[in-house]
Design a protein around this ligand. Sequence first.
Ligand code: SAH
Length: 362
Amino acid sequence: MSGAKNLAEIIKSQIKLEGPISLSTYMGLCLTHPEFGYYKNSDPLGKSGDFITAPEISQMFGEFIGLFIAQAWIDLGSPKEFNLIELGPGRGTLLQDAFRVFSKVENLTSAMKLILLETSDVLRQAQKEKLGHYNPIWIDEIGDIKDNKNPTIIIANEFFDALPIKQFQKQNSKWHERAIGIKNKKFAWGLTPNEIPKDAFPSNIIDAQDNSIWEVGFAGLRLMSEIAEIIASNGGAFLAIDYGYAKTQTGDTFQAVKNHQYVDALAEPGMADLTAHVDFEALSKAATNAGAVAHKLKTQGQFLSLLGINERSEQLIKANPDMAKEISAAKQRLISDEQMGSLFKLLCVSSKELIPFPFGEN
Ligand code: SAH
């Protein structure tokens, strides 16, 4: 315990000592500070929280991820023991829905070693209540399983968007890092004075116009390399679902959300969800460089349609006619281009011998 009253105080003292801090430092403190971090203390999910995610919208989402996992396990040769890892499982809803599918596949559940990577004690408790029956173990970082050589299937929904990013901005034809300092007693954006060498930037970014912002998620890239190494050497697959762009591009996507509304990210550190869009091209390259195969991206709409969301929603409506409106609305929210269908994308990374379904399909 630091003795400080709140996170703003802690960050202000750090800035007074060291000067302006990188956005990645700010984001890391706001989200995961051991005492005051956003994810440490609360359950931010759902209607009463700050945002809502696909598994909380409809049971169909988790069921289809369950299908993906079951098929990948079969394609791996139905190993007698395998790791199923979820990064940032939230309330555990996705896996709870996935496990209904597992019960239809012989030997799958008994082969599974369930591993959950989670920073929040509140959410670990919620996961224990929903998934405790499957004897999960919790880990703090992916490196904790590096001596485990089982075939491994990893899933992550809305996890990469919560990892700290850095932002760089071009001014007078030179690139500088954006940083957070203090002005008139409030947090304020600024640029660090040193020019960042041009060769640090991807070729399609170097010549961007003045004032352009480029974001890079070093934490996510490092994590992807570690995961790809595990997948390549143990055999297996990784499915990352998130909102983001297919090609590396400029743009400021850093945002703060509280009570389903956008708020100023610097106003109340630790009180809002901070995220940025995910650069899937950069993640795919990190996976390939680490020796795994990065398959062609699918949008959430494509993925769920290929796996049969239309048929599944009709089945659910038949069984629950009173819920017809809600079930159709949830399906639309997940797949329509105006809602989550194309902004959300799925990146599948696998070991060389595997083409996980439906990533071989067009
Ligand atoms: N996958 C869930 C929750 C998404 S919210 C769903 O789709 O509903 C992000 C999740 O990642 C939360 O469970 C949060 O506590 C966890 N998380 C965020 N940053 C983390 C970090 N650095 N290490 C471990 N878990 C983290």
